[in-house]
Design a binder for this molecule. Structure first.
Ligand SMILES: Nc1ncnc2c1ncn2[C@@H]1O[C@H](COP(=O)(O)OP(=O)(O)OP(=O)(O)O)[C@@H](O)[C@H]1O
Ligand SMILES: [Mg+2]
Length: 355
């Protein structure tokens, strides 16, 4: 069920966090894509805790509302498990094995690496290619997730009257969507190393990747826009929904930019810099040529310029839909605000068209 390397038809990309659920439909348009449908629906507190789906019914109901509001007709979807919940290994297996033998060998070998009972895990694999040192061997990427993570997603889809055709891994979905960001770079001949920094509601993730090697580094930290929402609630005596809306629409008292927003932006800079420093510690020989800043917090005005100043690295907003046609039914204003926060949903929706 973890869907590595399988080709399908248009799938609704469904991405959820503790805070919200997002749905996105893409179609093929020339050599690129068109945005057909999009919606975001908040999730009730407690439905997702520590990446665990505690209330599949409530998440399913929110998904059903999102599907309805988006206007999509798709009933088959792609979802993702959080990257932190999977185990990956690259195995070296004989290139003379048939597909069926390869499958058997993967589950025998995977058993040795996975700290859970093999009955409790979903396993998928993808042949990466011939081993560089020994061409008689194949490098095979094996991905394993506890079944409960996959099954809870299937149940959420069912509760929303959808079928989950594919359960991917968040980092792979972001990697897929990032191919659209790499296409936006003017100088691809230089084989740039790119960092995608996603500052969401509760989690900040960094993915460092190159076109040739895919994702070479990921790390995440508990930090996000929810801290800013909570500060707004506390200071201006608002509930969470009011604070969340006021933040996006800028309807806040005159002291807000200096007393509340500025300190948040500063701590966001500190967090992102720390995550990038961890990368440089593990790979001191590499230099990041470009940062793409995504997640809801990328929509804070001027935050890209501030990050560029702080890091000394060019920063662009991670908008995978730049230059893409958008269907008339999509709420444009909401979509423009949320575009940088849809990398995962975008990568999932793309899985319907590309491996
Ligand atoms: N225009 C804006 N200005 C400031 N903050 C914004 C804006 N738009 C969205 N946000 C904030 O971005 C956050 C949501 O980001 P995102 O959708 O990337 O998070 P998520 O994927 O739901 O959660 P996470 O990835 O942290 O689990 C919220 O805190 C929201 O208030
Ligand atoms: Mg997110």
């Amino acid at each position: 069920m973890l869907g590595l390397g399988k080709k399908r038809h248009a799938l609704l990309g469904v991405d959820f966090s503790a805070a919200a659920i997002k749905v996105l439909e893409l179609s093929r348009s020339g050599s690129g894509y068109k945005v057909e449908a999009f919606a975001v629906e908040p999730l009730p507190e407690g439905a997702v805790v520590d990446k665990e789906c505690r209330d599949a019914g409530a998440i399913g109901a929110a998904l059903e509302r999102a599907v309805k509001r988006s206007g999509t007709r798709l009933r088959h979807c792609a979802m993702a498990v959080p990257s932190s919940t999977i185990i990956t290994r690259t195995l070296r297996l004989s290139s003379s094995l048939s597909q069926a033998e390869l499958e058997g060998q993967v589950s025998v070998e995977a058993d040795q690496y996975i700290p859970y009972n093999i009955e409790d895990v979903s396993i998928d694999f993808q042949v990466l290619g011939k081993n560089a040192a020994n061409p008689e061997l194949l490098d095979v990427l094996v991905v394993a997730s506890r079944k409960e993570h996959v099954e809870s997603r299937v149940a959420i889809a069912e509760a929303a009257k959808l079928t989950a055709d594919l359960v991917d891994v968040e980092a792979y979905a972001v990697e897929h969507a990032s191919s659209l960001l790499l296409d936006q770079l003017p100088d691809r001949e230089q084989k740039p190393i790119v960092a995608v920094v996603d500052v969401g509601a509760q989690v900040t993730s960094v993915y460092v990747m190159s076109q040739e090697q895919g994702v070479i580094y990921t790390r995440e930290q508990d930090f996000g826009g929810r801290l800013l929402t909570e500060e707004i609630m506390r200071r201006y005596d608002m509930d969470m929904q009011q604070a969340g809306n006021a933040k996006i629409h800028g309807e806040l008292p005159p002291d807000y930019p200096v007393s509340v927003l500025e300190p948040f932006k500063q701590s966001m800079m500190d967090q992102v810099q720390r995550l990038l420093q961890y990368f440089y510690v593990t790979r001191p020989q590499d230099t990041i040529d470009q940062i793409f800043l995504g997640g809801g917090c990328a929509s804070i005005p001027g935050i890209d310029e501030q990050l560029e100043e702080v890091t000394g690295t060019p920063v662009a907003i991670a908008d995978p839909f730049r230059g893409m046609p958008v269907a008339r039914r999509v709420n444009r204003q909401r979509f423009l605000n949320d575009a940088p926060a849809t990398l995962t949903a975008c990568g999932l929706a793309m899985r319907g068209f590309v491996g």
